[in-house]
Write a protein that binds this ligand. Structure first.
Ligand SMILES: Nc1ncnc2c1ncn2[C@@H]1O[C@H](COP(=O)(O)OP(=O)(O)O)[C@@H](O)[C@H]1O
Ligand SMILES: O=P(O)(O)OC[C@H](O)CO
Length: 498
């Protein structure tokens, strides 16, 4: 067998990527799906559309390079995490659109639970502070607001899944016996899983009033779970599941404690492997599961999650019409020397790490008549770099490890201006590997390991190669001035909503 396939169900698009043994891309199918914004702060996806796109991108990836079924050793799934869908297992129909991780509709429930139990109570058990981000409260919202779901859930007919579970169920037969499973990394993002036992926590489910029977079985991240029933890849073993940020950690081969990566996509997510140790965060990070290979102990990670990174570039394109394509932002930002005093705090979904302020909202600060489109484009890119510095400083505090260089990946790392500014702002080298589709690659690795396509982690380490390194060039005074401006701006975004 020559290949391993990977389905990457992201926030913006769904891809199927087929890799060879060296971790090179052989073929890609990709399709964007609609972003649905019914009200300010609400973000939804149509799960039916995503399922159709998944079949289409698998077919595209196979047909475009004429890849035979018998050449595919296994398939892995990686996905946008936390996004919650509830569907009926007898009809296959979803009760409501998938509620996306960025959605803030459960803000009031977060406030109420913070008063009744305290955020620390949830963080101690799940590694996650109370926030609108995680799946549990999104499931509760569907149960409380959509007619008939709670009754069906109690009967065992309405079931929950993140996008991994939803696709796994459909790919393995759907209403005809589809598997209802997830992996430890995805489960660790629901705020319903106990980090130590890696099992659902009945008390947390009771507090959120979620029937346990609607939750999927928790499995390791790498194992032959079943076989694909859909025609597009019939008979191929489904053998890996990883949340997309954990998949990028695996794809970047960060297998040693202390190794970290930062992925710049819709949001931006830095993860540091902490080995088999659960490291609680005091500095505003999440403690989460990194991965669990079959018959191996669970590995954990510290994570700094930033909700809006590339999404701000999309906003500039789609909502403001200031650029035509995301890539145009670099040329526009290069029309000026600096940010002209403007700072853009993209707290569109509140602020995640290290602030965790659900009530923050976006602001542009420091405006004068001098500021033009170029300065705004620059402020948009700089926002991602400042947020990454906030997270890196928290990571160093929590781990006690000084990060001496940063491995990066994701759609935004083609932006050279951003990469140089990032290195300047962190004062460490930023390293881009040859393969930046590390998310899909990580899920392929998990699946390939389970079927023996790759023998062990050493095989994978050999596939990693450097493409480009950016070294810090900025003068200390300039770095300090800019970051001080950011810290001032970010405070202006706090406590906007009640
Ligand atoms: N040249 C660029 N400069 C800045 N941002 C970019 C550039 N190219 C793409 N992006 C942004 O990267 C994101 C897509 O990255 P990707 O890793 O595919 O995201 P996801 O996995 O979250 O769907 C989009 O938000 C897009 O606006
Ligand atoms: O779809 P991405 O790559 O923006 O990732 C989304 C994250 O998994 C959300 O936690």
């Amino acid at each position: 067998m020559k290949y391993v396939a990977s389905i990457d169900q992201g926030t913006t698009s769904t891809r199927c990527i087929i890799f060879d043994k060296k971790g090179n891309i052989v073929s890609v199918g990709q399709k964007e799906h609609e972003q649905i914004y019914p009200k300010p702060g609400w973000v939804e996806h149509n799960s039916e559309e995503i399922w159709k796109n998944t079949l289409e991108v698998i077919a595209k990836a196979r047909i475009s390079k004429n890849i035979k079924l018998e050449d595919i050793a296994a398939c892995g799934i990686t996905n946008q995490r936390e996004t919650a869908v509830v569907w009926n297992k007898l009809t296959g129909k979803a009760y409501y659109n998938a509620i996306v991780w960025q959605d803030t509709r459960v803000g009031e429930t977060v406030n109420a639970l913070t008063k009744s139990h305290g955020s620390q109570f949830f963080q101690d058990r799940t590694g996650l502070p109370l926030a609108t981000y995680f799946s549990g409260l999104k499931i509760k919202w569907i149960l409380d607001n959509v007619a008939g779901v709670r009754e069906d859930a109690e009967k065992g007919e309405a079931i929950f899944g993140n996008m991994d579970t939803f696709l796994m169920w459909h790919l393995t037969g759907g209403t005809k016996g589809g598997l209802h499973i997830t992996d430890v990394t995805n489960a660790s993002r629901t705020q319903l899983m106990n980090l130590e036992t890696v099992q659902w926590d009945a008390e947390l489910a009771a507090i959120m009033n979620i029937p346990l029977q609607m939750l999927p079985k928790i499995e390791p991240s790498s194992k032959v779970y079943g076989h694909i029933q859909s025609e597009t890849m019939q008979g191929v073993p489904l053998a890996g599941i990883l949340g997309d940020q954990q998949a990028a950690l695996v794809g970047q081969t960060c297998y040693q404690p202390g190794e970290a990566k930062n992925t710049y996509g819709t949001g931006c997510f830095m993860l540091m492997n902490t080995g088999t140790e659960i490291v609680p965060s005091k500095a505003g990070l999440l403690t989460t599961v990194a991965y669990q290979f079959e018959n191996q102990p669970v590995h954990y990670a510290l994570e700094g999650s930033v909700a809006i990174a590339g999404a701000l570039v999309q906003w500039l394109r789609d909502n403001m019409g200031m650029i035509e394509k995301s890539t145009d932002v670099e040329a526009l930002a290069k029309t000026v020397e600096d940010n002209g005093g403007a700072y853009f705090v993209p707290a569109f979904s509140g602020l995640y790490a290290p602030y965790w302020k659900s009530s923050a909202r976006g602001v542009i600060a420091g405006l004068t008549r001098y500021v033009n489109k170029g300065h705004i484009a620059r402020a948009v890119l700089e926002a991602t770099a400042y947020q990454t510095r906030d997270v890196l400083e928290a990571m160093e505090k929590d781990s006690g490890i000084e990060v001496s260089s940063l491995r990066v990946d994701g759609g935004m790392v083609v932006n050279e201006l951003l990469m140089q500014f990032q290195s300047d702002m962190l004062k460490v080298p930023v390293i881009r590997p040859k393969m930046i589709e590390t998310t899909a690659l990580g899920a392929a690795y998990a699946a390939g390991l389970a079927v023996g396509f790759w023998a062990n982690l050493d095989d994978l380490l050999q596939n990693w190669g450097k493409d480009k390194t950016w070294k810090p060039k900025m003068k200390a005074a300039e770095r300090k001035k800019l970051y001080t401006g950011w810290k001032k701006a970010i405070k202006r975004s706090f406590d906007w909503e009640k």
